[in-house]
Design a protein around this ligand. Structure first.
Ligand code: SAH
Length: 405
């Protein structure tokens, strides 16, 4: 076993829930909020194993871990069938997660999300693989007592040589991190914090220590491949480009001109480095600008593109931001529609889980029309296959492909 952390003792605690929460758990929902706990036999500490029993029959319903730092007080990992939560449980859970990703790994791809939190029965725990480097990102303290088992089995299934720990800002701000810090190497060595990896034959690099989340966004892989395949001889605008995910695929696919637009100069530098990793003949330009202003400038210059991709960051991180987020999606769809040439394609994405797919697509479509454009819907997609979804809040990504007449 890989030993990172000294043994942290945990207890087992029996809990009963209020009826409405019990109903959700019976459906397999992994979150129990603080005010849903009706009865608890003893006080719990972070990472304690909580066993939830049925109110009427006292049967096992689910079990999970106690998180005193989160309003989601119990994070569930196992439903219906009781199980010993031991090293074997982690071995089986991580192996199952790896099995789901196997089909993707037959493609020319060596970067994938091996653990997608709740959706792989490990709430608040993400593991992304970049070639031989695995980045484990924790959003909850509940994983510290189980980290040795987790890392051992992640290394076993993935064959990775290095494991990097990333901690969310909220996690670092509260509670004990047992001497572990963000960016720490947990296993093996990291020669360079910039790791090169492949996505459907296209090379990218990610800074696994300083990059957003774990360094790169893997969820759009299939959408980027698709944009690449549509790009031969095309002019492509990639808005909110970050490290150039869509831009690089477009150039690799034979685009004659690609513009990456982002507010972050650092992100655009990464985009340029990623472009340089791959063979291409088309030109690549960058625009450092706020997307709303940058798009308006391009419209004022009467520029047109065959493909415009708009993939903004989450606009609704909180409940009270939803209506503002919707307005931003509306503005972006309208601005984008003005920049697409006749028969060109507008690709609109949203990663705000609080804005439903239905609302997002409706807003997008209303605003393409408001820009005076008719359209055909080519496709609507969600996450790539290494992001399985088991509960409604797990689904955040939506992406619409519109052909504008
Ligand atoms: N499309 C990317 C991921 C986008 S992440 C991919 O496929 O990998 C969101 C990006 O939006 C970040 O790079 C961030 O710097 C940028 N961003 C945030 N606010 C912005 C704004 N107002 N204008 C332009 N870019 C912005």
């Amino acid at each position: 076993m890989i030993k990172i952390i000294e043994n942290i003792p945990t207890k087992r605690i029996a809990v009963k829930l209020r009826p409405s929460a019990e109903k959700m758990v019976k459906k397999g929902h992994p979150w129990v909020f603080t005010d849903s706990i009706a009865k608890q036999n003893i006080d719990a500490d972070v990472g304690d194993l909580i066993i939830i029993y049925d109110n009427k029959k006292n049967n096992f319903l689910a079990c999970g871990f106690y998180d005193p730092y989160s309003p989601i007080r119990i994070k569930l990992i196992q439903f219906k069938k009781p199980a010993q939560i031991n090293e074997e449980w982690f071995a089986v859970t991580v192996t199952k997660a790896f099995e789901i990703r196997k089909a993707l790994l037959i493609t020319d791809t060596n970067s994938y999300r091996l653990l997608f939190g709740e959706n792989d029965h490990l709430p608040g725990c993400i593991a992304d693989v970049y070639d031989t480097v695995l980045v484990i990102k924790l959003y909850s303290h509940i994983w510290f007592p189980y980290l040795n088992w987790l890392v051992t089995h992640l290394v076993r299934v993935s064959g990775c040589m290095t494991v990097v720990l990333r901690l969310s800002r909220l996690l670092e701000a509260k509670g004990d991190t047992y001497g572990l810090s963000n960016g720490q190497i947990l296993y093996g060595e990291l020669e360079d914090e910039v790791v090169v990896f492949k996505e459907h034959g296209v090379l990218f690099s990610a800074n696994v220590i300083k990059g957003h989340k774990t360094g790169y966004f893997l969820d759009h892989r299939h959408n980027r491949k698709r944009v690449g395949e549509l790009s031969k001889d095309k002019r492509v605008l990639d808005v909110f480009s970050y490290a150039g995910g869509f831009s690089v695929h477009a150039l690799y696919g034979g685009a004659k001109k690609v513009i990456s637009l982002d507010i972050s100069k650092q992100a655009l530098q990464m985009a340029q480095e990623n472009v340089a990793l791959n063979m291409h003949i088309g030109s690549h330009e960058i625009i450092v600008a706020d997307a709303f202003e940058g798009l308006q400038n391009l419209i004022d210059q009467q520029q047109l593109f065959d493909i415009v991709v708009i993939d903004p960051p989450s606009f609704a991180k909180r409940e009270n931001e939803i209506s503002k987020a919707k307005k931003s999606y509306a503005r972006l769809a309208k601005l984008g529609a003005h920049l697409v040439s006749r028969n060109g394609i507008l690709v609109l994405a949203s990663c705000s889980s609080r804005v439903t797919a239905e609302d997002f697509f409706n807003i997008s479509e209303e605003n393409i029309e408001a820009a005076g454009r008719n359209f055909d819907i080519l496709d609507k997609t969600t996450h790539d296959e290494d992001h399985p979804i088991i509960f409604p809040e797990g689904a955040y990504l939506k992406c619409g492909y519109y052909k504008l007449n």
